[in-house]
Design a protein around this ligand. Structure first.
Ligand SMILES: Cc1ncc(C[n+]2csc(CCOP(=O)(O)OP(=O)(O)O)c2C)c(N)n1
Length: 333
């Protein structure tokens, strides 16, 4: 097991600057996307609920920035950040959330079922732990074909209670599959602190199968990217699966309707994470102090991202619903 909290050395090459600025842009886009989702919900424009990713951006971005477009990811009910970080279009995502024909599932899936094969995203999943088998199966193909792809399986610490995770980690280790299990520990499984549901340690579970494992500060995008790059490289080189625990926090409720939360976590705790541990603020401070960007450049990135998200929402609101004759299309029984 290794713990990664370090920052990369200050480098001034253009490529490095672009890389870290891009990570910043990706995190800001996710944050602003989620703000729009909340707005759509409160204005009663979005049917159903959504689980917001705000606060956890550095995990999805740090990891997806270590992947190629044809590498695979599988996601969760809290999946918007993973989708965007892997390259999905906000237009089609908002259209999906609003049940429109232009959406990723032609409006039939909604927030928890967005998949985007063109960017290697095999899909969100409403079943806790439901994608562990999909990611492991996806990693079997590159192993057989020798094409060097890897699969990343995102899940929350609540999925540690699912037996299938232990079946697939066992197989992945025996068969040296190029899969990385990423446990985003945001402290709560719905309304219960993880210490009440998780015996022993999280990494102890990976150790039981002899998996390479690491613990990372999930609010530090550079640290996440550094450890992800190492685990991805070793998986590509045929050295087998790995398990990454990323400690993080979700800013909003379990879902958009979870407003009164003080019975399970305090406002002070939320405030602490937002002011002291915000991944976007931490990264922007680092970019500024390392001289990778000036405040004006960061402001420009934010206003561009805001304009993109507003335009995407407008597109989705104006987009047509599927026609009635599509009700039975793609429905299997
Ligand atoms: C198999 C299964 N059991 C229960 C649920 C209800 N449920 C939805 S999210 C959730 C908690 C998930 O917690 P975690 O995996 O830590 O992810 P987080 O919501 O914190 O991102 C539960 C119990 C479900 N969707 N699937």
């Amino acid at each position: 097991m290794t713990t990664t909290t370090s920052k990369p050395e200050a480098g001034h090459e253009a490529a490095a600057e672009n890389r870290w600025l891009r990570a910043y842009r990706q995190m800001v886009r996710i944050r602003l996307f989620e703000e729009q989702v909340n707005e759509l919900y409160t204005r009663a424009l979005m049917p159903g609920l959504a689980h917001l990713y705000s606060g956890q951006e550095a995990v999805a971005v740090g990891i997806c920035e270590a992947l190629n477009i044809d590498d695979y990811i599988t996601s969760t009910h809290r999946g918007h950040g993973h989708c965007l970080a892997k390259g999905a279009s906000p237009d089609r995502m908002f259209a999906e959330l609003l049940g429109k024909e232009a959406g990723y599932c032609r409006g039939k899936g909604g927030s928890m079922h967005i998949a985007d094969p063109a960017t290697g995203n095999l899909g969100a999943n409403a079943i806790v732990g439901g994608s562990v088998g999909i990611a492991t199966g996806a990693a079997f193909a590159p192993k057989r074909l020798g094409n060097g792809r890897v699969a990343v399986c995102f899940f929350g610490e609540g999925a540690l209670g699912q037996g299938s995770l232990y079946e697939v980690m066992n197989l992945a280790q025996l068969w040296k599959l190029p899969v990385i299990y990423v446990c985003e520990n945001n402290l709560y499984n719905e309304y219960t602190h993880f210490s009440e549901t998780t015996a022993g340690t999280i990494l102890g579970r990976a150790a039981a199968f002899g998996l390479e494992s690491a613990l990372v500060d999930g609010q530090d995008v550079c640290a996440v990217n550094e450890v992800a790059t190492r685990l991805v490289n070793r998986a590509r080189a045929g050295e087998g699966p790995a398990f990454l625990q990323a400690d993080t926090y979700r800013y909003s409720g379990h879902h958009v309707g979870d407003i009164n939360r003080e019975y399970y976590r305090s406002k002070q705790e939320e405030q602490h994470w937002k002011t002291e541990r915000d991944p976007i603020k931490l990264h922007s401070n680092w970019l500024l102090t390392q001289g990778h960007a000036g405040a004006a450049a960061l402001d420009h990135i934010t206003s561009e991202a805001r304009a993109d998200m507003e335009a995407a929402v407008k597109f989705a609101i104006a987009a047509p619903y599927p026609s009635i004759d599509q009700v039975e299309q793609d429905v299997y029984a």
